[in-house]
Design a protein around this ligand. Structure first.
Ligand SMILES: [Fe+2]
Length: 308
């Protein structure tokens, strides 16, 4: 089975790469670590790039997710994907700091890259803007949620953390409650992506940093039920939805099979389960505004807006 250790970076095709890079650098507080024509690399800390922006698109879209895996030979990785019916190839020198990747594609057409070795970045946190700790998770709309959940669980080796009924799944590859969330939709697209902040005071400082830049919060602060993360949401300049979260549930010990106990948990112990959407969406805080979950979201999932 594939041993995915963490989400390394996400790549987005965007319309105006200069404007977007300026936003992610000055407002979010990422460090620009490289630029090659229309491609800009931005980092939180350890990885050379947490986000890659590629300019020239007519509409912004998620084009790639890259994951660090445990020690594995390229041949072994390729055979794993081919054995599961997916084409895969080795690419060398395609980006800074990661010399060799195995590249494949998920069933929704997003490129997946796996690597086991990389050159860590030497820059420190920017201490600018939101200044997140790391890229936390990526949530995607998908026209066939069962097919893509099966892919991440059986081919990528992710584990089930929680779901809202049968239309919104939260999967983990490490201790964090979710690295990938998959939401039933009319088509495949990124729904939102999230940065991890340290704690509630960091969320508060993020709100202040965003307010200073006149960026309105779309949703939150709130505490989710599913994953129990505190969260705020806002748009980036091209309409991608960014979440900043803290206190996301963690399963430090997979052998125990439940999430590390917290005072706000509903269950004791808090095992992975299928949630009622109303309880899952928020422990406290308002339900999401229509603009967050109405575009491309399936009818069942749209009920989340009203807590049905
Ligand atoms: Fe999220």
């Amino acid at each position: 089975m594939l041993n995915v250790l963490k989400l390394g970076h996400a790549e987005f095709e965007v319309k105006d790469v200069d404007r977007m890079a300026e936003f992610y650098s000055s407002v979010i507080g990422l460090t620009e670590t490289g630029r090659d024509g229309q491609t800009v690399y931005l980092s939180t800390s350890v990885d050379h790039h947490s986000i890659v922006l590629r300019g020239g698109a007519s509409t912004p879209r998620l084009s790639k997710l890259a994951f660090q895996v445990g020690p594995a030979g390229e041949r072994e990785l390729i055979e794993h994907f081919e054995g599961n019916g997916f084409e895969a190839e080795v690419r060398t020198g395609s980006q800074p700091s990661i010399n060799k990747v195995v590249r494949t594609q998920n069933p929704d057409g997003v490129a997946i890259e796996l690597y086991s070795e990389f050159e860590p970045s030497t820059h420190r946190y920017s201490m600018r803007g939101v200044n997140p700790l790391k890229l936390s998770h990526v949530a995607s709309l998908t026209p066939d949620v069962n097919r893509i959940v099966k892919y991440y669980r059986e081919v990528m080796g992710f584990r089930f953390s929680d779901s809202m009924d049968d239309f919104f799944y939260f999967l983990r590859c490490g201790a964090d409650h979710h690295t990938i969330n998959l939401l039933s939709g009319d088509y495949a697209a990124v729904q939102h992506f999230a940065f991890e902040l340290a704690d509630v005071s960091h969320i508060s400082r993020a709100c202040d940093a965003l307010a200073r830049e006149k960026i309105e919060l779309l949703w939150g602060p709130l505490r989710h039920g599913c994953g129990h993360n505190m969260a705020i949401y806002h748009f980036d300049p091209e309409g991608l939805i960014i979440e900043h979260c803290a206190e996301l549930d963690r399963m430090s010990n997979e052998g125990l099979g439940y999430f590390d106990p917290r005072p706000y948990h509903e269950d004791n112990p808090q095992y992975p389960k299928a949630w009622n959407p109303r309880a899952a969406i928020a422990v406290w805080g308002r339900f999401p505004p229509p603009e967050l979950f109405n575009t491309g979201v399936s009818t069942a999932a749209r009920g989340m807006t009203h807590g049905d």
